[in-house]
Design a protein around this ligand. Structure first.
Ligand code: 4AD
Ligand code: MG
Length: 430
């Protein structure tokens, strides 16, 4: 019977066949330990000289890294391995011999590994990170589906900018100028007026010349948008969503978190509600922490965010930023027009901003004013203003950056390891 490694626990004491690759190997005169992987998991195959044909034992002993095989044997419990099972091998059929696989068990430099990303993805650590990414996506769909949201897909090719014009990827759209989407938000606002509560999940692009451990040129964003929901209500949705995702990973990715040696105690604490601190109070906090130069009106950089996050053991919302340093569509605080009804959610442990969100301006005249202040003109914006013209309602939304969230939950320090094929400032290969 042919099974996958993930199915091994259901076949204890049975003889089965698996298609697999050899990840690693140890052998002596009488026994060979094969570390096997098949994409669904990793398992050890034990080949004992006296129990198999001479041919099979020689094949096992000489098997090269990443060679592919059909391997047959009995599944038995193995309490020493985290997976809990191993295979007592009886037969091996070589499918393809891999010669000189470039990524050996020794240490390699990051650039070398990035150049071999198409092969590096096979490694145990990368496998664990991608499985966690997959679980975050799965939990995201579950959360929004269970809470009455409709998944809506905004376009990737757009005629307008959502998050300022400096970081746009330009492209030709036949005779017109077009951009790759920086955010689906503006379209999601139209969708919220049609479906009430909506969310998107898709790639977004920022032509940002940043070379930090938090920046990708192409990243994936989850963007919910809700009609009749104000800023405070939106924060509650955000904290419930992030808690649900973290608790789902803890529940469903135990093995992966173990492979990554993630301190799960820190993740256990991530349960709603999350603390909130106003931008004003954050400035005072930073001054107390030794950032004596910071002035009201300045945006926070990574060191500021990390310093603020250190004061809390859960993600923290920084709310009500100065209008000047935030996007044109954010609604001013009715009690104070110099700040807007917005929040960034800062992850613990130095992982930085994972969510940016706000209540949106719903007043047509104010939105027109903002357009003029931000020099946003042209036909492309006509439709967005019309959303304020026909039954405008209070509405809010947010965007969660998937890769930063994966980095935080997995405990890997650079976002380049959280997406299968990262697009970085100097990297379009592979
Ligand atoms: O704060 P941002 O720019 O917000 C928006 O785009 C809003 N329109 C979202 C909305 O309200 N619908 O981006 C949202 C999140 C950030 O908090 C961060 O997690 C992630 O997207 N992000 C990036 N991730 C990786 N690389 C980059 N260059 C990123 N820029 C933003
Ligand atoms: Mg932001």
């Amino acid at each position: 019977m042919k099974i996958t490694i993930s199915q091994a626990p259901a076949h204890n004491d049975q003889t089965v066949t698996m298609g697999a690759w050899l990840a690693n190997k140890r052998s002596s005169g009488k026994i060979a330990f094969l570390q096997l992987r098949d994409g669904t998991g990793f398992i050890q195959g034990v080949v004992v000289k006296n129990d198999v044909s001479e041919e099979t034992f020689q094949l096992a002993k000489n098997l090269t890294q990443e060679s592919s095989v059909y391997i047959t044997g009995k599944i038995v419990e193995d309490t020493r391995s985290p997976f809990g099972y191993e295979m007592q091998v009886s037969d091996i059929e070589l499918i393809h011999e891999s010669i000189d696989f470039p990524i050996t068990p020794k240490e390699h430099g990051t650039e070398f590994l990035m150049d071999h990303r198409h092969l590096w993805l096979r490694s145990k650590k990368q496998h664990a990170v991608m499985k966690i990414r997959n679980e975050i996506i799965r939990a995201t769909y579950q959360f929004f589906n269970e809470n009455g949201y409709v998944k809506i897909d905004p376009p990737i090719l757009t005629g307008s900018s959502a998050e300022g014009t400096t970081e746009l990827f330009h492209t030709k759209y036949f005779d017109e100028e077009a951009y790759l989407s920086q955010s689906g938000q503006l379209y999601m606002e139209a969708a919220a007026m049609a479906f009430g509560k909506v969310f998107s999940f898709g790639p977004t692009f920022r032509a940002e010349k940043s070379k930090t451990r938090r920046h990708l040129i192409e990243f994936w964003m989850i963007e919910p948008e809700m009609a009749f929901v104000d800023h405070q209500e939106s924060l509650e949705i955000q904290e419930n969503y992030v808690s649900f995702v973290v608790q789902s990973v803890l529940e469903n990715c135990k093995l992966e978190l173990q492979v990554l040696e993630r301190d799960t105690e820190k993740l256990e604490k991530v349960k709603a509600p999350f603390p909130r601190i106003s931008y004003d109070d954050a400035i005072d906090l930073l001054k107390d922490k030794g950032f004596t130069d910071i002035e009201w009106g300045e945006d926070f950089g990574a060191p500021h965010e990390t310093a603020i996050a250190e004061s809390f053991d859960k993600p923290v919302f920084i709310t009500n930023y100065p209008a000047e340093i935030k996007a044109f569509y954010m609604k001013p605080d009715p009690n104070r027009s110099d700040v807007v009804l917005c929040a960034d959610l800062i992850a613990p442990e130095g992982y930085g901003e994972i969510i940016g969100g706000s209540q949106r301006i719903d007043d047509l005249e104010l939105m027109k004013e903002r357009y003029e202040q931000h020099d946003l003109t042209g036909e492309a914006y006509k439709w967005y203003l019309e959303l304020r013209q026909y039954g405008s309602v209070p509405h809010s939304g947010f965007g969660l950056g998937l890769e930063r969230t994966v980095a935080w939950i997995s405990g890997v320090d650079h976002v380049r390891e959280t997406i299968p094929f990262p697009r970085l400032l100097n990297r379009l290969y592979p």
